[in-house]
Design a protein around this ligand. Sequence first.
Ligand code: HEC
Ligand code: HEC
Ligand code: HEC
Length: 393
Amino acid sequence: MKITFVAAALVLATPALAADSGEYLARAADCVACHTAPGGTPYAGGREFKLPFGTIYSPNITPDPETGVGAYTDAEWVAALHDGIGHGGRHLFPAMPYNSYTLMSSQDALAIKGYLFSLKPVHAPATPDRLRFPFNQRWGMAFWNILNNPRHRFEADSTKSADWNRGAYLVQALGHCDQCHTPRNWMQGLKNGSAYSGARQVGWLAYNITSDPVHGIGGWKDQDLEHYLATGTAPGHGPASGPMAEVITNSTRFMTPADIHAMVVYLRSIPPVAAGPEVVAASVAPAPVDPLGASVFAAACQGCHLPTGSGRQSAWAALGGDHAVGDPNGTNMVQILAHGSDMQTPSGYVFMHAFTGAFTDAELAAVANYVTAQLGGRQSQVTPEKIAAARAE
Ligand code: HEC
Ligand code: HEC
Ligand code: HEC
């Protein structure tokens, strides 16, 4: 009894991070997601980015003067975040989302620098890029920047509430939600005319999050959206997986309830776009039950998801209403079967393992179509070839 009491007191005594502290802002901007190799030291870099013209690796942004960012002056730091110009005038590729961070205040950019410079320097030399000519000519980015980097700071809109302004700043300048949720133009810039209407992101669909009631999140209750961003799942909407599970793990679950609320106030105001990367077909009669899909589901899925998809012991395994089970292309379903997904939540770690060796491509295609029909009420056409392609990625 006494021990429990002491532990609870310790938890209460740990102060929450102030919403303007460098550490909090670094989380809200999710610097760690890209600047950490799988299983590597946070911020020491080495994560791979496949671009249309080659592969680059995120650099070490710990304060090591030789292999990290220790030599950056304040002015150079701000230029890296706002303009995509690194130490010594080196042009950065927009895999570093400076076309979102350009909206960040210089004060917040420097608070993040202060936090990163307080970390232990890690000696981690850069992994060399593999880029084809002429794309290895970094100065070419100057033209891209003229056309695709807005290069101005966030400006408060005095006709809107304080919550709306805070939310807009968090979503646009720090959270860089548009980098995954906004479609891209032929130059890989963001198509601002259809902002947040959904896009493909490393094989996954980042859904339409405009206020459209059918294609977007207009049909969600405020409290469900808040719950999703704070915990990674929402009643009646399923869990966040893949890239979004990473956003929850590294970033939004650390945000204050007031900031989560502000983001939702802003998301609600995004003009509806009645389209999306996925075809949201009107609900059609579900396909006749495929015995192969049903037997794979019973053997491999229902232990965690339950026959009804309502989730055993964990709200994160509840799939009812989930966008992923209502997609006739089965895009994210295929991704999660091929690659699995995991997430840190306020109630602990949740995961679904990848289905690698034990099932054939045909079995996984059958179970994907079965789940879409049974839990999503739609027909999907996931083929064994689609599963094979995702597994080979
Ligand atoms: C979506 C992935 C992504 C996120 C998020 C991200 N970065 Fe980067 N960052 C990169 C990549 C990739 C590069 C290397 C770009 C290149 O080689 O042109 C980079 C480069 C940099 C550089 C240049 C380092 C050098 O070696 O000169 C700095 C500084 C930097 N990032 C800081 C940050 C900070 C601070 C944050 C959070 C506010 C952040 N990054 C968030 C992907 C990201
Ligand atoms: C790294 C890419 C990435 C970033 C950055 C990102 N998202 Fe997502 N988001 C996704 C993907 C992929 C999904 C689909 C996840 C799934 O199928 O479970 C998603 C799903 C969502 C959903 C659920 C939509 C639905 O219909 O089920 C919401 C809401 C959402 N994101 C909001 C945000 C907000 C707000 C931000 C910024 C704080 C953000 N996302 C940043 C990739 C991203
Ligand atoms: C070990 C328990 C477990 C098993 C077995 C399992 N899942 Fe999951 N599944 C989860 C959890 C937990 C999540 C949420 C975690 C996450 O997405 O990061 C999830 C998420 C999902 C999602 C949501 C994807 C999204 O983007 O919203 C789908 C679809 C899914 N599982 C289908 C299946 C199918 C089909 C099978 C069987 C072939 C299966 N699962 C087997 C635990 C499991």
